[in-house]
Design a protein around this ligand. Structure first.
Ligand code: GLA
Length: 404
């Protein structure tokens, strides 16, 4: 079907501009998503993505090794599920517009690789872009949305990360709606991960369309700083403070993928990164080489108590409830009346910190069990406040259970 024909068939308002003999159709924002959004992410996604470590140097061999490692290392048991290939798997389109895999990098082709990932009991994700090209300059999906979605479904794709490079003057909500419709009509349940960097306030419109949306530009593997379009971990964190009200089951804010284990931060900083992402109910998408990670990286990525906070079924993203200089307290309610609290010290020296029951809206006389989610120490019958010495760039992360 010609583009204009399917736009009309889809109920879009279409304006035709005839110039130089070429007809173009412009979609306005009236596209109706008839099929409901599949309930695929009641809790934030957990998995691995190729970009942070490998960028465009990704190969089939690397992906197979990540799937092997995810299944064998304990990550799968801890809840990690998706293996996602980011940009640069594509090469070209054939004469009919079908997307072609780069067979030098993926010699078995996409179907065989996806079958392999599925054979490990894992799910599989791919990347594309709403523009003419991806950010890495490969063919984008603009004008090929339905064709691409059907191809992904035939291959067995479970998750699509959909980027925003080379989109010109396209309207973001309209562009993502077209891909959402294409995926919902593809015959397969596919997560839609919206990646337009927060530029068009996706928190205001993305929830009916996708399952998660990026809230910032790219992370890079540093405590703080700026490198091109990328910013450090605490810079990303600062942009999440006001977004808690938008997130929830099947509609997650995405502060970008994890850098744990990539070498640019200390172990303490990676513990903070992981703790804070769990507080944000963020996707936990590892970005390191799972096949060679050290013991600390595995220990951080598989901390089941911290993961349980991220995956809490209430899905309530943390609020920053207190800040004074370099010291911050973040808190989130958990299902059943528990709370998770992070005392976060961004300063250069250790700091004494505490949180009061008043700050947490708990009665001062309430007895609470406090579990430190990193040291695993449990303290019973705590009243009025809890605290301790927080390392420079570190956290104390606790789970509070009222004793009633
Ligand atoms: C953008 C995205 C990144 C990554 C690259 C790939 O920068 O924000 O997460 O997908 O494109 O080129």
């Amino acid at each position: 079907m010609k583009t204009t024909a399917w736009l009309l068939a889809a109920g879009l308002s279409v304006s035709l501009c005839l110039g130089g003999g070429v007809a173009t159709a412009q979609a306005h924002e009236t596209l109706k998503l008839e099929a409901p959004k599949p309930n695929l992410l009641p809790t934030p996604p957990m998995g691995w993505n190729s970009w942070n470590k490998y960028a465009c140097n990704i190969t089939e061999d690397i992906v197979r090794k990540q799937a092997d490692a995810m299944a064998a290392s304990g990550l799968k048991d801890a809840g990690y599920q998706y293996i996602v290939i980011d940009d640069c798997w594509q090469k070209s389109r054939d004469a009919d517009g079908n997307i072609q895999v780069n067979l030098e990098r993926f010699p078995s082709g996409m179907k065989a690789l996806i079958d392999y990932v599925h054979s490990k009991g894992l799910k599989f994700g791919l990347y594309s872009d709403a523009g003419s090209l991806t950010c890495g300059g490969r063919p984008g999906s603009a004008g090929h949305e339905f064709q691409d979605a059907r191809q992904y479904a035939r291959w067995g794709v479970d998750y699509l990360k959909y980027d925003w490079c080379y989109t010109g003057t396209r309207d973001a909500e309209a562009a993502y709606t077209i891909m959402a419709k294409a995926l919902r009509e593809s015959g397969r349940d596919i997560v839609l991960s919206i990646c337009e960097w927060g530029d068009n306030y996706p928190q205001r419109w993305a929830a009916p369309i996708g399952h998660l949306w990026r809230t910032t530009g790219d992370i890079y593997d540093a405590w703080e700083g700026k490198k091109g379009y990328s910013i450090g971990m605490v810079n990303i964190l600062d942009k999440q403070v006001d977004l808690w009200r938008y997130s929830g089951p099947n509609r997650w804010n995405d502060p970008d993928m994890l850098e744990v284990g990539n070498g640019g931060m200390t172990t303490t900083e990676y513990e903070s990164h992981f703790s804070l992402w769990a507080m944000l109910a963020a996707p936990l998408i590892a970005g390191n080489d799972l096949s060679t990670m050290d013991a600390d990286t595995l220990r951080i990525l598989t901390n089941k108590d911290v993961i349980a906070v991220d995956q809490d079924p209430l899905g309530q993203q943390a609020k920053r409830i207190w800040k004074e200089g370099d010291l911050e307290i973040w808190a989130r309610p958990l299902k059943g009346g528990d709370q998770a609290v992070v005392l976060f010290n961004r300063g250069a020296a250790p700091a004494e910190m505490s949180v009061t029951w008043e700050q947490l809206n708990l009665p001062a006389g309430l007895k609470v069990q406090v579990k430190d989610l990193w040291s695993k120490k449990v303290t019973k019958n705590v009243k009025a406040r809890f605290g301790g010495t927080v390392a420079s760039h570190g956290v104390i992360m606790v789970r509070l259970t009222p004793i009633i």
